[in-house]
Design a protein around this ligand. Sequence first.
Ligand code: CAA
Length: 258
Amino acid sequence: MAYSHIAVDIKGSVGVIRLDRPKALNALCAELFMELDEALNGFEADDAIGAVVLTGSNKAFAAGADIKEMQTKTYMDVYKKNFLTGCEERVDTSRKPIIAAVAGYALGGGCELAMMCDFILAADNAQFGQPEIKLGTIPGMGGTQRLTRFVGKSKAMEMCLTGRMMGAEEAERSGLVSRIVPLDDLVDEAINVASSIAELSQPIVMMCKESVKKSYETTLAEGIMFERRVFHSTFSTEDQKEGMSAFAEKRTPDFKNC
Ligand code: CAA
């Protein structure tokens, strides 16, 4: 498929999606969402892809949902079409790790899209925010929920109620991003990290991701039981035998994804 608002590339076993709508600072319009969905579906179905990097430009990861597209929508438009639901599901249900490499603005839906990913690497110029309140609306792609889980109630409440932006250092300090990378190195570093994950056993990576995600959805006791059972199930795989044998034999493991 030819894309108009994203650019898709494959680097080894890493799928790279770059949001590419520069004139609108990568604002997330309906067509961009459809293209993102298509690209993510393609990577999800491709056994040769072990991880995905989602990035934008140096100026903007994404400046939010497309305000100009939303401004005339009515309640019935958004309610009946369940506006914004598809993207959330596509990213959230992806079984392969998705790393957000964020430079510049990640605002509104842009911040929310980054938070849907499995972790965020931020360039030193990254700016995160949920400015919807200034538009007379509220975050609609999980911002009030995920930001609160990342940074805690006080900071999330301040960010959502004032719409102020948070720079990369504050975002790292608050647990929103895993680490900060110099702008020029951001995408290469994200691809390196994704490649290192893609070299591991794909099913074990999926099980690990499922277990970490479970911690957001359940109690500690249930989460630990879930983890324990998944841990047990890794012993049914050839890759667990290979990984532990390789360690004992002081060699690099050769995972077969089974
Ligand atoms: N939607 C549509 N167009 C957008 C946009 C958005 N979210 N953000 C930026 N643009 C457009 C601007 O309208 C402008 O287009 P024109 O040249 O045609 O006028 C172009 O991108 C460049 O933007 P600016 O001239 O404003 O650039 P700047 O450098 O002066 O400012 C900015 C950058 C601070 C990010 C500013 O563009 C801005 O505040 N953008 C809106 C951010 C925002 O409110 N996001 C939340 C959207 S609502 C949402 O996301 C709901 C949800 O939860 C899903």
